[in-house]
Each structure stands twice: as C-alpha cells, then as structure tokens.
Design a protein around this ligand. Structure first.
Ligand SMILES: C[S@@+](CC[C@H](N)C(=O)[O-])C[C@H]1O[C@@H](n2cnc3c(N)ncnc32)[C@H](O)[C@@H]1O
Length: 220
C-alpha cells in the first residue's frame, strides 16, 4: 500500500469548472461516506473524465446522487445510462460482517432512494442482484470509475474486485474501495493489502478510501 494525503489527489488538474454539487450531510453516519471522501470521489471522477461509472452497494443512493449530480459532461444532453449502481433485492443466503447486516436490513426496506429525486435520474441503471451473481461480462472495459462498497466479507470484496478489473476501461480510470482500515471490516482491509502486492494501490490518509489509478500519476 502506498500512503498518500488527500492533497495529492486534490492538486491533480482536471478540465472542469471549480463549482461542484454538494448535499448537506444529515449527521447519520451508518453506511455513508464522509465529507472528505465525498469530495475525493468527485475529484477522482473528474480526473478520469468519467463517462460511465459503476457502484457496488447503492444503499440509500447518497453516493449515487453525489456522483450523478457531478458527472462530467455530456450528462445534460445524453439520454444513455451512464451510472450503474448495484444492490441486492433481499438478504437470502448472504453472510455479513460488522455493521453490514444492519445496513443491509435498512437497505432492503428503504424506499427513499436519494437519486430518484434528481433531474438526471434517467441516466442511472439500478441493478438488483447479489453481487456474486452479477454477470460482469456485459460490461467489459466499460467504466472509467468503479466504487466498491457493498458486502465487506473477504469473499465478496474479492469477487467484486475481480469483476471490477474486468469492467474497468483503459486509462485514465480508477477503482476505489471504501472501508479500507475500517475496524468493523478487517476482511476488507486484509484483502486490499494482499492485492496491493500485485496492483499499485493508494490509501488516502484520514479516509477509508483505497484507490487503484490507471494512467494517472500521483506526485508526492
Ligand atoms: C455501505 S452500504 C453502501 C453505501 C453507498 N455506497 C453509499 O456510499 O451511500 C452497502 C450496501 O451493499 C449492499 N450489499 C451487501 N451485500 C451485498 C451483496 N452481496 N450484493 C449486493 N449488494 C450488497 C447492502 O444492501 C447495502 O445497501
């Protein structure tokens, strides 16, 4: 793992307007990403000039909305699906670690999906399936930005990661894992650490984000 600071990402230039769309946090942290992580995800999405993005783990759709509302052009004009977000329809036969079961129960019952209220919601394709059963072959090399944040048990993180490496497009692009170094999910951290022996992975200090960048240089 290569440790970096948020500023190492934030100082990479991107071609877009400095204005971003942000949403006031409601103070309820369970299953959500932090404010700094939110800004970094938007920045990485801009650095890779993402046309298509994929998220493992929709939950309430907060991050889906954040990414959708900051998706680089041509989001306004395009009617094609550009944001793909996956969650399961029920919890049958799935094992969980840490807070994942609590989050999954809320997720399955939750009807208030945040991105439903966005004017760009027609750009989102929601995929309801256990991520292990999801067929990635339909999306080979399609995405410039993939966010892995579903089930944090090692077997799921591994499966979601292997699918991501097949779905990630050529440079510039990024695969990002959430919950690296989260004490709730030692499996997730262990798996990403193992992977970092074969793939260049950055851990961003003061966050739980681990990032694999393709075709993007990080200055120290
Ligand atoms: C931490 S939440 C995702 C949070 C979301 N990415 C965000 O930033 O707002 C994890 C989600 O993964 C889903 N999940 C857990 N195991 C899954 C599986 N095997 N397949 C698909 N989704 C799963 C849960 O239902 C939950 O909604």
């Amino acid at each position: 793992m290569i440790n970096i600071k948020a500023k190492n990402i934030l100082k990479i230039k991107d071609p877009y307007d400095e204005k971003i769309n942000f949403f006031m946090p409601d103070g309820y942290a369970l299953g959500k990403i932090s404010t700094l992580e939110s800004i970094l995800l938007i920045k990485i999405m801009r650095i890779v000039k993402a046309s298509y993005i994929f998220e493992f783990g929709t939950f309430k759709g907060n991050t889906t909305r954040l990414l959708l509302e900051n998706l680089p052009p041509p989001a306004n004009r395009s009617i094609e699906k550009r944001v793909f977000t996956l969650d399961f329809p029920n919890m049958k036969n799935i094992d969980f670690k840490g807070e994942d079961k609590k989050i999954a129960k809320i997720s399955v019952r939750n009807k208030k999906i945040e991105y439903y209220k966005c004017s760009r919601k027609n750009l989102v394709e929601q995929i309801l399936i256990n991520s292990k059963e999801f067929n990635e072959n339909k999306y080979l090399k399609k995405f410039q930005f993939i966010f892995i944040d579903a089930n944090h048990k090692e077997e799921f993180v591994r499966s979601d990661t292997e699918k991501s490496f097949k779905m990630i497009s050529s440079k510039p692009s990024a695969i990002i894992w959430h919950d690296y170094n989260n004490p709730q999910y030692p499996d997730c951290t262990r798996y990403i650490k193992k992977l970092s022996k074969y793939k260049k992975i950055y851990y961003i200090k003061d966050t739980m984000l681990a990032v694999h960048l393709i075709g993007i240089k990080i200055a120290s």
